[in-house]
Design a protein around this ligand. Structure first.
Ligand code: SF4
Length: 281
């Protein structure tokens, strides 16, 4: 049995909230730079340069790279042999978010009642927490700050099995086309296929956490990721929607077994500010 203080959890979450907002992940920076080199459209090239300049300013001055600092989503992988001491694990996560958003001067973007009152909770809580309980003593926390310019353009469909691969391709491309400039391209596209309605959405969100360039382990899905990326970049939406060949940096697919009568598909879009951090405690 391994004991972890919830204070350690709180501190890690607090730091990750700020780091995710200030520092563009290295894989995203490298991808933006390589897309900039290859981009033939002058306005697209210039837009990519400005996105990179913006990331440099955020990093150097330790300020958020975007005014929308997102809603915090946590993927917590906890070993069955881990015991938390000093309080509630979940409250430690929420307190970490509270303190991180306060200390980092990150915009508080969460409303308590989603429909009638919409009053701001003033501290960006609650974070959304997904648990994965596994054997052993691991405690891994993956944190993302999901902006809603891109979240709002995400979609789910319960396709028929007969819709097949073409049905999935059509739905993903249609979703990106409808999104247009709204999710602040260049985007990252997460596609969840299988499971149930909610599982497909979760798979799509999890897919967004994969490092850019890392393809699916199964050949046919890696091929489908490549096909989707090429088709999306052929749409001509371009950086910030000004036109160009750089609409998406990558496409990731996650799959799960599903029912014989269904083919659930979810598309979760992330903007270039694909903020995520992870820690092993
Ligand atoms: S979609 Fe991304 S870049 Fe655009 S406003 Fe939201 S967080 Fe910022």
């Amino acid at each position: 049995m391994r004991t972890i203080s919830v204070n350690e959890v709180k501190e890690a979450v607090k730091e990750m909230c700020m780091e995710a907002s200030f520092f563009l992940p290295e894989d995203v920076r490298a991808s933006l730079e390589s897309m900039r080199q290859e981009e033939p459209w002058p306005l697209a090239k210039e837009t990519l340069k400005r996105i990179l300049d913006n990331a440099d300013i955020a990093e150097n001055q330790q300020v958020p790279m975007c005014q929308d600092t997102g809603m915090t989503v946590i993927f917590a992988t906890i070993g069955q042999e881990v015991h938390f001491e000093g309080g509630s694990f979940e409250e430690a996560i929420q307190e970490g978010v509270r303190q991180g958003y306060k200390e980092g001067y990150l915009r508080k973007s969460v409303v308590k009642d989603p429909l009638f009152h919409r009053e701001n909770t003033q501290d960006n809580t609650p974070a959304i927490i997904h648990y994965n309980i596994v054997p052993g003593e691991i405690c891994h926390i993956l944190l993302t700050e999901k902006g809603f310019g891109s979240e709002n353009m995400s979609r789910t469909a319960m396709l028929k099995p007969s819709d097949g691969v073409q049905g999935v391709v059509d739905f993903v491309i249609e979703t990106v086309q409808i999104a247009g400039s709204n999710p602040c391209p260049p985007i990252v596209v997460g596609v969840g296929i299988g499971g149930t309605l909610e599982k497909a959405c979760l798979l799509a969100k999890k897919a967004l956490m994969r490092p850019l360039g890392q393809k699916h382990e199964k050949k046919e899905y890696a091929g489908l990721e490549k096909e989707l990326l090429e088709k999306i970049n052929a749409l001509g939406i371009g950086p910030q929607g000004f036109g160009g060949k750089t609409t998406a940096l990558d496409v990731f697919i996650e799959i799960f077994p599903t029912h014989i009568a269904g083919l659930p598909v979810a598309v979760n879009i992330n903007c270039h500010a694909t903020r995520h951090k992870e820690r092993n405690l």
